[in-house]
Design a binder for this molecule. Structure first.
Ligand code: URA
Length: 199
């Protein structure tokens, strides 16, 4: 099977949408290929574009705190994005950019085969709702709520979260996000316990 490094190498050369012309560095994502938890954001911003690393700006600092609340460290999770190259001026990615870039995410997901996928924001949530033919519920309705997925190709949990950037300027959203991540930590402990029990 392909490795995450090989996928990153192909992303580096990708010209399937015009974003490669305006970006500095592609941001393939980072983390161990045996990560139990995979986080998927939207698209790189300015700092990510300059460094080639996901979530290293303000939203990333908040994400680090949220991971801590759930008892996780950045080193043990995989962090990636739906779109690997920065849309100019941080605009929303276009449908054709998402479609062109999604196969990379699908390949990374196949390699990692995580136990839990945490989607950060609505673009990432939509991607997995589409993949697993789930109802297109809005983030305000389903945030923080784990959904069990059992298909022929994957058994795991999907946990839609608000994008961390949404909490940076709105206090009431920040409170919800913090609450969701605390509960997520409890959820992770509960699935660890039940897995140990059945082994
Ligand atoms: N926002 C995202 O969705 N992804 C990043 O990598 C950084 C900010």
């Amino acid at each position: 099977m392909t490795s995450l490094e090989e996928i990153a190498g192909k992303i580096e050369l990708c010209q399937k949408c015009p974003l490669y012309k305006t970006r500095n560095k592609p941001v393939p994502g980072e983390g161990p290929s045996d990560a139990r938890v995979m986080l998927v954001g939207e698209a790189p911003g300015r700092n990510e574009d300059l460094t080639g690393r996901p979530f290293v700006g303000q939203a990333g600092k908040f994400l680090d705190q949220l991971l801590g609340l759930a008892g996780l460290s950045r080193e043990e999770v995989f962090i990636g994005n739906v779109v690997k190259c920065r849309p100019p001026g941080n605009r929303d990615p276009l449908p054709m950019e998402i479609e062109a870039c999604s196969p990379w995410l699908d390949m990374q997901f196949q390699v990692i085969s995580p136990i839990v996928v945490v989607t950060l924001g609505r673009f990432s949530m939509r991607h997995f709702q589409d993949r697993f033919q789930l109802a297109q519920d809005s983030i305000s309705k389903v945030h923080g709520r784990p959904t069990r997925i059992d298909t022929l190709v994957w058994h795991g949990w999907l946990v839609p979260m608000y994008h961390p950037a949404a909490g940076l300027y709105r206090g009431e959203v920040k409170e919800k996000i913090v609450e969701d991540w605390k509960k997520f930590g409890q959820f992770l402990s509960s699935i660890k316990t039940s897995q140990t029990k059945t082994q």
